[in-house]
Design a protein around this ligand. Structure first.
Ligand code: PHE
Length: 477
């Protein structure tokens, strides 16, 4: 059924470094700069960070290798790639079912991801207008939003949420950009975007962190992030840390299977995967070191939750030197990170439509981008006209969760861990061992270590955390 058997060769990355850059672009996103600092703040800092990093390297990294292995071996969309590996391994093609789940998860995630990225876009506008005002006043280095009270600044988020048309416009703009890039294809779309945006992202990240080190309270931030207090860990925070590690590395939604399928070369996957995991984790930690010095400098609460970036920081920028400019750059940075991730999410169902349904890239991107846009509308209405809707209200875990948080929670707590679990079982136990060895390029003790982690530790740990996370009553917490 694969459309790639036609006359035109299947698309691919221009080089190994192009793949690495695109994969880092996929991994580094709202998860790193918005969610990681939020969760670290809410879960008490140091101990959570330590557990998170351990999960990334013990569970995440072996899964990164596995997903890229599947895509690179299959050279097809996620479902087709798993099917091909199953065929070559002589096991049931039904395994490709977890690929379908990944495609659905990626589709659901991009629909709310675009809504959240839309908030970021709105703040780029707010901060941009403010900086233009600062320039006009001949004082480009002043703090942000001077004269606005803390209530007024924090109220901006509430005002945005109360305005469905504004939310819709932002969501539309962001999804439009995502769709446009994906429709242009791997080379001139996704790779080109990553090549421009990722260097820009890193310059902004380093620049604002250095700024925070001088203008903010780096000492307190480092103590908060890196002094573990294990009494603050609960079974829920373990579950949260795992979900975050999977989400941040783009695992469990077939994203790396899809991106891996565009690899043409034959380099080993070990160092490639390690680079991706290091970059993603490094960015999350640096994002913490960028945000918390500013939060602490102004004496604000690190545990503010999801509003940390949208309410706490804009207020902090008011009193900071050049806060107007830094505030603008800060939101541009988040937006850039969000774009390179959302294109990887939309690429998963788009590739599925091309590979399994035989659609053209443009048709497939339009169908899935368009439908994700519609699901996103339901999410944003959940903040105003549908504020009382609880899609999974019958389920304890989601009893009081609005539409966006339900989709976020269900994908993050259920679909991603399940996807990771099946990937580990399939690659660790069912895939042909010689094929795995040949296509990952792993050998000797690295191969043995990876095999232990993927076949034993991943299924056990992910399975355990999945069950205890879904049924907290088991642990009585
Ligand atoms: N890793 C991205 C982030 O941290 C989100 C993402 C998840 C992207 C799954 C692709 C696939 O924001």
């Amino acid at each position: 059924m694969a459309a790639s058997t036609g006359t035109t060769p299947r698309e691919g990355w221009s080089s190994r470094s192009a793949f690495i850059l695109a994969a880092i672009g996929a991994a580094v996103g709202l998860g790193n700069v918005w969610r990681f600092p939020t969760l670290a703040g809410e879960n008490g800092g140091g101990a959570f960070v330590l557990v998170y990093v351990a999960f990334v390297f013990l569970l995440g990294l072996p899964l990164v290798i596995s997903e890229i292995f599947l895509g690179r071996t299959g050279q097809d969309d996620a479902v087709g790639s798993i099917r091909k590996v199953a065929q070559r391994s002589g096991v049931s093609e039904a395994w490709s079912g977890f690929g379908i789940m990944g495609v659905v998860a990626a589709f659901l995630i991009v629909s709310f991801y675009s809504v959240v990225a839309g908030w970021v876009l709105y703040y780029v506008g707010v901060m941009g207008a403010d900086f233009v005002g600062a320039l006009a006043a001949g004082d480009p280095l002043r703090g942000a939003l001077p004269g606005e009270s803390q209530e007024a600044i924090q109220g901006r988020m509430g005002d945005l949420f109360a305005d469905p048309m504004l939310l819709l416009a932002m969501h539309f703009a962001f999804m439009g950009v995502t769709l446009y890039i994906v429709a242009r294809g791997i080379g001139s779309g996704i790779e080109a975007a990553a090549t421009v945006l990722m260097p820009m992202f890193f310059v902004l990240l380093i620049g604002i962190t250095i700024y925070g080190a001088f203008a903010g309270d780096m000492g307190e931030a480092l103590a908060f992030l890196f002094t573990p207090d294990f009494s603050k860990l609960t079974s829920q925070s373990l579950n949260t840390a795992l979900g975050q590690a999977l989400f941040s590395l783009s695992l469990g939604v077939a994203g790396l299977i899809t991106y891996g399928s565009y690899i043409k070369g034959s380099d080993g996957l070990g160092s490639t995967s390690l680079t991706i995991a290091f970059a993603d984790t490094g960015v999350a930690l640096i994002a913490g070191m960028m945000i918390f010095p500013i939060v602490f400098a102004v004496g604000l609460d690190p545990a503010a939750g999801p509003t940390l970036v949208f309410q706490t920081l804009p207020f902090a920028f008011q009193t900071m030197p050049a806060g107007s400019l830094i505030g603008l750059l800060f939101f541009v940075l988040i937006l850039v990170a969000a774009v390179t991730s959302s294109i990887s999410l939309l690429e998963v169902p788009t590739a599925w439509g091309i590979g399994e349904m035989g659609w053209s890239r443009t048709t497939s991107a339009l169908i899935f981008g368009g439908s994700a846009f519609l699901v996103g509308i339901a999410c944003l209405l959940g903040y105003n006209v549908w504020a009382d809707v609880r899609p999974l209200g019958f389920w304890d875990l989601f009893a009081d969760t609005d539409i966006l948080d339900t989709i976020d929670g269900f994908t993050g707590k259920v679909m991603l861990p399940l996807g990771a679990f099946f990937t580990a079982i399939f690659v660790g136990w069912r895939a042909d061992r010689r094929l795995v060895q040949e296509m990952t390029g792993l050998s000797g003790s690295w191969l043995a270590l990876w095999r232990f982690l993927i076949a034993w530790l991943c299924p056990l740990a992910v399975g355990l955390i999945l069950v205890t996370g879904l049924f907290p009553a088991i642990l009585g917490s």
